[in-house]
Design a protein. Structure first.
Length: 269
């Protein structure tokens, strides 16, 4: 398949034809026979062993599995942070392996948002400045960065905390800043790697409720790696990895977030 035209001609810096997918279109993410090998010869480690996975736009998917199962490797592959050794990765029908390095970087900046266990905030900069950072890389004006960051921080419940540094924020607040930074570019996909791993149970549930709202109210596709069944219960689908393969792929018809939303509606009636 011919690679999409150069990103230079695309106003948002994304490959031609990669609009936000809608109902009835091809899966947003398609992995076909994905393998990942680290090392060579006798020390080679096969981390992914022919992974097939589809993710539709608007899904909330939890990825689980023991350490070394391949779940983080597949997330890094989807996030364009790592390159598969074999197989095909299609993003909204476009073959990612045919993209140039620059095109991949632009696709990542435009369509993907990242949330990590360790927050990864700049320690000496304010919440506002941390959230503005992705827009700075995209060359947005100072006013556009400021307005978008304010909106993103408000959406995660941090109005009034814009000028605080990470040291002045709780762990839960720091993760909210990280989520605001991830969504300030209005990505199609939010990739969250153990987003509650450094938080206590209450703060962890608050972060999960926030991710649930971003998915259900804004339609952001969420893929989340977690070891915690209580957190995976918020997802509408749970994919389990074992030894570099998909061991199970199970829908969750009664996610926790849906129950919380129903209770909120009932309480406000």
């Amino acid at each position: 398949m011919t690679a999409p035209q150069s990103l230079r001609s695309c106003p948002q810096g994304a490959p031609s034809g990669l609009g936000r997918p809608g109902a009835g279109q091809v899966p947003l993410i398609q992995l076909r026979g994905i393998q990942k090998v680290y090392g060579e010869g006798s020390v080679a480690l096969l981390a992914l062993k022919g992974v097939d996975l589809d993710v539709n736009a608007g899904e909330f998917v939890a990825v689980m599995g023991p350490s070394g199962s391949g779940k983080s490797t597949v997330m890094n592959t989807i996030g364009l942070l790592d390159t598969p050794s074999a197989g095909e990765y299609l993003f909204h029908g476009a073959h990612v392996e045919n993209l140039t390095r620059d095109q991949r970087a632009r696709l990542r900046r435009r369509y993907l948002g990242f949330v990590f266990q360790g927050f990864n905030l700049l320690a000496r900069t304010s919440a506002q400045e941390n959230v503005e950072l992705p827009l700075l890389y995209r060359g947005e004006s100072a006013k556009a960065r400021h307005d978008a960051a304010q909106k993103a921080l408000a959406s995660v419940g941090l109005t009034g905390w814009e000028h605080h540094t990470p040291a002045e924020l709780s762990g839960g607040q720091q993760q909210r800043v990280a989520i605001a930074r991830a969504i300030v570019t209005e990505p199609a996909v939010l990739l969250a790697d153990e987003p509650t791993g450094n938080l206590d149970s209450q703060r962890g549930q608050e972060i999960m409720e926030l991710l649930w709202r971003l998915n259900s109210e804004r339609g952001i596709t969420v893929l989340m790696v977690t070891h915690e069944p209580d957190m995976a219960a918020y997802a509408r689908r749970v994919v389990r990895f074992v030894d570099g393969r998909v061991a199970s792929d199970t829908p969750n018809p009664h996610p926790v977030g849906l129950k919380a939303s129903a209770a909120l509606v009932e309480a406000s009636a």
